[in-house]
Design a protein around this ligand. Structure first.
Ligand SMILES: Nc1ncnc2c1ncn2[C@@H]1O[C@H](COP(=O)(O)OP(=O)(O)OP(=O)(O)O)[C@@H](O)[C@H]1O
Ligand SMILES: [Mg+2]
Length: 253
């Protein structure tokens, strides 16, 4: 592919104390893409995102963002370079209002006027957050809460959004809404590296797919090809192919 990589990992080794989880991960994320990483539970998908975002320091290998080595940089430095991270699960202050959650998320902006402008921009993008600006975050629907987390990550105008399992715990309709937001972000020029269990729905909105197995990249291909790949299908997409070719899918369930 001719597209430039915004993020590359080469031989990245990382883990938790004595436990090595990433055993030399090589991957690239094309600028302007939605790239989705799938793989079994415990493969190290979340660990990849945490390592890119500086929550874990790799013990070997290189992480480059637009060609610049970023391993070991502080989160503040990574945020100012244009990375943002939305972790797995709920990450809001549930008892605070929507607006207050955004204000806290933009605290590193320092300048109050700039923060107000950015909050206005985020609420302009997500009118439902504007409607619910003074509501407690805990009263939002699951999809709206994820929208708020994404909005909060957008305050600093990132160019690379790392997002871990955005669809987890959401009703199917809300999953579609969250993925539609990610598509819109991509259209506006934000590159997205997403981890997802909901592989079929995620790959349908993605450009590229990565499969991580036991801390190593096992497969990388355009998302559309990955959806068709029989091995990936059998392992991660719930057995047989959609179009009725799934004669042996019964044994998987
Ligand atoms: N904070 C931690 N301390 C110690 N071990 C951890 C920690 N977080 C994760 N691990 C271990 O690292 C391995 C990889 O975890 P990781 O969360 O990256 O997997 P994953 O691919 O995201 O899985 P899932 O699909 O379940 O979210 C697992 O064996 C897990 O138990
Ligand atoms: Mg995970």
């Amino acid at each position: 592919m001719a597209t430039d990589s915004i993020l590359t990992l080469a031989g990245v080794v990382a883990g938790y104390g004595k436990l090595t989880v990433l055993n030399g991960v090589d991957l690239r994320v094309a600028e302007g893409s939605i790239t989705t990483m799938i793989g079994p539970n415990g493969a190290g998908k979340s660990t990849v995102l945490k390592t890119v975002f500086g929550l874990l320091r790799p013990t070997a290998g290189e992480i480059r963002f637009r060609g610049q080595a970023i391993a070991g940089l502080s989160q503040r430095a990574l945020l100012s370079l244009g990375l943002a991270y939305v972790p797995q699960g709920r990450n809001l202050f549930p008892e605070l209002t929507v607006r207050h959650n955004l204000e806290l998320g933009g605290i590193t902006l320092g300048d109050r006027k700039r923060l107000e402008r950015r909050i206005d921009a985020v609420m302009g993008r997500f009118p439902r957050l504007l409607e619910r600006a003074d509501a407690q975050a805990s009263t939002l629907s699951g999809g709206e809460q994820k929208m708020l987390e994404i909005g909060r990550a957008l305050l600093l105008e990132p160019t690379l959004l790392l997002i871990d399992e955005p669809s987890i715990g959401l009703a199917p309709k809300l999953v579609g809404e969250v993925f539609a937001i990610l598509r819109e972000l991509r259209e506006s020029g934000v590159t997205i590296l997403m981890v997802e269990q909901n592989a079929k729905a995620a790959l349908a909105v993605s450009d590229d797919a990565l499969v991580l197995e036991q801390g190593c990249l096992a497969f990388a291909a355009p998302a559309a090809e990955t959806l068709e790949d029989p091995k990936v299908h059998a392992l991660f997409l719930g057995g047989g192919l959609e179009d009725g070719a799934g004669g042996n899918s019964a044994q998987a369930e």
